[in-house]
Design a protein around this ligand. Structure first.
Ligand code: HEC
Length: 170
C-alpha cells in the first residue's frame, strides 16, 4: 500500500466522520426544535382533561334529575355501607339512629336515640332528598362535628338510589 493510498483512505474516513458530525449537529438542532414543538403540543394535551369537562358536566346534572330516575332496589344494595351502624325498622337504634321514616324527618329527632351530637341537634332543615344528598356526599362537611363516622358517597347515582330506598321506609 503506498502512502498516497493510505492518505486517501484516512482522508476519506475523516471526511465521512466530519459529515456524520455535521449531520448529527443539524439533526440535534432540528430535533430540539421538534421536541420544543412536542412540548408545546403537550401543553395542549394537558389541557385535554379540561376539554373532557362534559364528563364533569354530567356529574353536575341537577340532583333532582338523577333522583327522578333513581332505583330503590339498587339503593338497598348501597345501604350495605350504612347497615353496620343503622337499622331501618321503627325504633331500632344502633350506633346510629334508625333510618325508618328518615326522609322528611327533622334532623336529630329520633326519640329513642340519645347519642346525637350537638352539631346534628343544631341542624334545622328537615331531611328532604336534597338535604340528604348534601349530607351523604360528605357528612363531615355538611354537618361539621357530626358523630357519624362515614366519609361519604362520592357517586351521585349511589346517593340518589340510596335516598330512593330510604324513602320507601315509611
Ligand atoms: C360508622 C357508623 C355509621 C355509618 C357507617 C353511617 N352512619 Fe349515619 N349516623 C351515624 C351516627 C352515629 C349518627 C348520628 C350523628 C350525629 O348525631 O352527629 C348518624 C346520623 C345519620 C343521619 C341523621 C339521622 C337523624 O336522625 O337526624 C342520617 C340521615 C344518616 N346517618 C344516614 C346514613 C346513611 C344513609 C349511611 C350510609 C351511606 C350512614 N348514615 C352511615 C353513624 C353511621
Amino acid at each position: 500500500m503506498d502512502t498516497m493510498r493510505v492518505t486517501k483512505i484516512v482522508g476519506g474516513v475523516c471526511g465521512s466522520l466530519l459529515v456524520l458530525l455535521l449531520v448529527k449537529w443539524g439533526g440535534d438542532i432540528i430535533f430540539v426544535g421538534a421536541e420544543g414543538e412536542d412540548h408545546a403540543e403537550q401543553a395542549y394535551s394537558i389541557a385535554v382533561p379540561d376539554s373532557s369537562a362534559p364528563v364533569a358536566a354530567v356529574v353536575e346534572v341537577p340532583f333532582a334529575e338523577i333522583y327522578a330516575s333513581a332505583d330503590a332496589a339498587l339503593g338497598e344494595r348501597v345501604f350495605a355501607k350504612c347497615a353496620t351502624c343503622h337499622k331501618v325498622d321503627p325504633g331500632n337504634n344502633a350506633v346510629g339512629p334508625t333510618l325508618f321514616g328518615i326522609v322528611g324527618r327533622a334532623p336529630g329527632s329520633e326519640p329513642g336515640f340519645s347519642n346525637y351530637s350537638d352539631a346534628m341537634l343544631a341542624v334545622t332543615e328537615p331531611w328532604t332528598p336534597e338535604h340528604l344528598n348534601t349530607f351523604l356526599t360528605r357528612p363531615s362537611d355538611a354537618v361539621p362535628g357530626t358523630a357519624m363516622r362515614f366519609s361519604g358517597l362520592p357517586k351521585p347515582e349511589d346517593r340518589a338510589n340510596l335516598i330512593a330506598y330510604l324513602a320507601t321506609l315509611q
